[in-house]
Design a protein around this ligand. Structure first.
Ligand code: MG
Length: 335
């Protein structure tokens, strides 16, 4: 039997809202803090400093090969904590739903969110649901906030970057951006899947190996190139990248050729960029390659003296091309 779709009343705070919470959110996200249904979740103290991050997810389409808006919301939030050197502790999630959204879609995204949270050993402890009239939203937006416990050895930040440091990336770049670009252009992404996934294990492996990364970042919106540009600006140095060292899947390169995109600026949703003191680069790569998510980890370049542009790209023939960060993400609503 076709169930009633989401109606304005589901966001009204009355019985329809509590029914939706009991029917959809509680069964999937089951945990005592959420089930208390208080105005705020009360958490136990954690040792040390806390990290907090927030993100709005407006990805279009909401379902894509390799993930969906629910998984993306959890991994995106957990990954922002991870690259700050913080183990995830708790997550909040607010849903802005469009009137008429099918129950099945919502339930699928919430189930996917629950699965992603379990994979990251974190719970969604509080949330909110609002419904906007038909035509005033695009099916669903999700806003998540994450709280994390900062671990010993957390990276200081881009100011700590020094000339001669090496730049590593944990896997192929641009998979998520290429999948979304393909779908938005009515192209078949074939076997290509979004890399949408957690990166905490990659960060934890570096810290456990005693490595002291100067800077970590998950290259989401704006991709690897934007991260390189931002860290170059913040450190007052430049980054030299060897184009033939960039890990780009052939399918991603093909889609980029077709659509006029540059994989270096395409979003990843399950990768880490690490700037390491050069003497630790090899050890860091070994630590990453021992993990399933880090098997294709590689070094892509190094930090050099300030050049006339933040990024210097070295072509396979040894030519040098100055490269700046674009003013805006080439593809809106990528995450
Ligand atoms: Mg981030």
């Amino acid at each position: 039997m076709e169930r009633e779709p989401i109606a304005l009343g589901h966001g009204g705070g009355g019985r329809m809202t509590s029914d939706l919470i009991r029917e959809v959110f509680l069964p999937a996200l089951a945990n005592p803090r959420l089930e208390a249904l208080g105005d705020a979740a009360r958490l136990d103290p954690v040792p040390g400093r806390l990290a907090m991050t927030t993100d709005a997810f407006v990805v279009s389409p909401q379902d894509f090969p390799g993930g969906d808006i629910g998984a993306l919301a959890i991994f995106g939030t957990v990954n922002d904590l991870a690259v700050s050197g913080a183990r995830p502790v708790a997550i909040s999630a607010a849903f802005i739903l469009e009137e008429g959204l099918a129950r099945d879609d919502l339930e699928r995204w919430v189930a996917s969110m629950a699965l992603a949270a379990r994979r990251c050993s974190v719970e969604v402890v509080t949330g909110d649901t609002k419904v906007v009239p038909r035509g005033q939203g695009d099916r669903a937006y999700v806003v998540t906030t994450g709280l994390g416990a900062v671990q010993a050895g957390a990276p200081p930040g881009p100011e700590a970057i020094r000339e001669g440091d090496e730049v590593l990336v944990s896997g192929p770049v641009g998979d998520h951006g290429a999948v979304i670009a393909a779908l938005r252009n009515a192209l078949d992404p074939g076997t290509l899947r979004s890399d949408c996934g957690p990166v905490w294990d990659l960060v934890e492996a570096l810290l456990a190996a005693g490595a002291t990364p100067r800077f970590l970042r998950d290259p989401t919106r704006g991709g690897l190139g934007t991260v390189l540009g931002e860290m170059a600006e913040a450190s007052g140095l430049s980054v030299e990248v060897r184009d033939d060292a960039l890990p780009v899947r052939p399918e991603v390169a093909g889609l980029c050729d077709l659509l006029g995109l540059d994989p270096i600026f395409l979003a990843c949703e399950g990768r880490v960029v690490a700037v390491m003191p050069s003497e630790q680069a090899e050890e860091a790569l070994r630590a990453w390659r021992r993990l399933p998510s880090g098997q294709e980890a590689t070094r892509i370049g190094r930090v050099v003296q300030r050049a006339p542009a933040p990024i210097v790209r070295v072509t396979p023939y040894g030519g040098r091309r100055l490269c700046d960060v674009p003013a805006a993400e080439p593809l809106p609503r990528i995450c």
